[in-house]
Design a protein around this ligand. Structure first.
Ligand code: SAM
Length: 317
């Protein structure tokens, strides 16, 4: 068995910026510094993997079983002063936040739209998945946050990103041509973020705010599915654990969309996955994936994946 995580016990996740350094070179340089790599023998044994993470001692690290460019260090390992961090070779990004770009799986050379992009952690991961080859349109309404994104891209050697400082609802295929993959990562309650789980208490769950967020989430997801005729795959993600912002958003949208189907969000993952949506929502629950701090040792997160229907296929909702 392994413990529930809180801020103090959550492992330190380090994403290798594969634009500047290969996974094997990054691992070698950590080993050269004295870090010891703990191997996960059985990649199908998720409980064993979690147990190994929780047993990491001071000088040990592991490679994640789902995201090959993600390393796992003991909680609170300090990297801000590390040269590799300063040089943009590594990013400090929670595992949950690495899932959307990994699951979107855009191939190098393709055109991606990141609808709510700033401050750019997922944009940088999308660019890395493209090998910096192709294009990521990074849209955000907030000028200051978008500037942070631009600074980050420069620091970490990303050159395939074009930023657009506009309301995403005003953006369509004319502004962002030939988009093939879309990430929808809208503003949410943040209730999944470890250290903010107190939000789960009914006294602090702000129902009015959640309803407002949910309205925006539905609107932007419909926009993604309707306004980009060349898009073939759309990933919706939130760092919320409230069904109102997750399964209920998907349920409302999928019943109003004709040309997409919902697919199993975990099918891209090589390792085993255990947390899905609630049974209450039938197939929607089965296909949507959650990460849960109390199980997966990372932030709470939700992901749904839509794929454009092929000729003869039907949306059964
Ligand atoms: N994907 C980001 C990352 O990984 O770093 C985090 C995105 S954050 C959850 C949501 C973002 O949506 C905020 O930066 C916010 O400014 C932006 N946003 C909110 N409303 C928007 C709109 N109408 N159009 C474009 N961006 C919007």
């Amino acid at each position: 068995s392994y413990p529930d995580v809180d801020k103090a016990s959550k492992p330190r996740f380090v994403r290798i910026n594969t634009i500047l350094i290969s996974v094997s070179d990054a691992i070698d340089s950590f080993r050269d510094e004295g870090w010891k790599l703990v191997h996960q023998k059985d990649a199908k044994d998720y409980d064993g993997f979690l147990e190994n993470i929780s047993n990491l001692v001071e000088d040990q690290f592991m490679v994640d079983i789902h995201i090959p460019e993600l390393l796992i260090f003991p909680p609170n390992t300090e990297f801000h002063a590390h040269q590799a961090y300063k040089d943009g070779l590594i990013l400090l990004q929670d595992k949950a936040s690495c899932l959307p770009a990994h699951i979107l799986k855009a191939e190098p050379g393709s055109i991606v739209l990141d609808m709510c992009a700033a401050p750019g952690m997922k944009t940088s991961h999308l660019a890395a998945k493209l090998n910096n080859n192709g294009k990521v349109y990074a849209v955000d309404l907030d000028t200051k946050r978008l500037k942070t994104l631009e600074d980050l891209m420069q620091k970490i050697g990303v050159t395939c990103v074009e930023t657009i400082n506009k309301d995403i609802l005003q953006i369509n295929n004319i502004h962002c041509k030939d988009v093939e993959y879309i990430l929808v990562d809208p503003s949410c309650s943040g209730s999944g973020i470890v250290g903010r789980l107190d939000l789960l208490e009914p006294a602090v769950k702000d129902v009015k705010r959640i309803q407002k967020l949910r309205g925006f989430q539905i609107m932007i997801l419909k926009h993604a599915l309707r306004r980009f005729p060349n898009a073939k795959k759309v990933v919706y993600s939130t760092c919320s654990i409230y069904p109102e912002e997750n399964e209920e958003v998907i349920q409302e949208v999928i019943t109003q969309i004709k040309n997409y189907k919902l697919v199993d969000a975990s099918s891209v993952l090589k390792g085993p996955w255990i947390n899905f949506g609630s049974d209450k929502y039938g197939d929607i629950g089965k296909f949507c994936l959650y990460s849960k701090p109390e199980k997966d040792m990372c932030n709470g997160f939700f992901i749904a994946v839509f794929e454009r229907l092929k000729d003869g296929e039907e949306n059964k909702y």
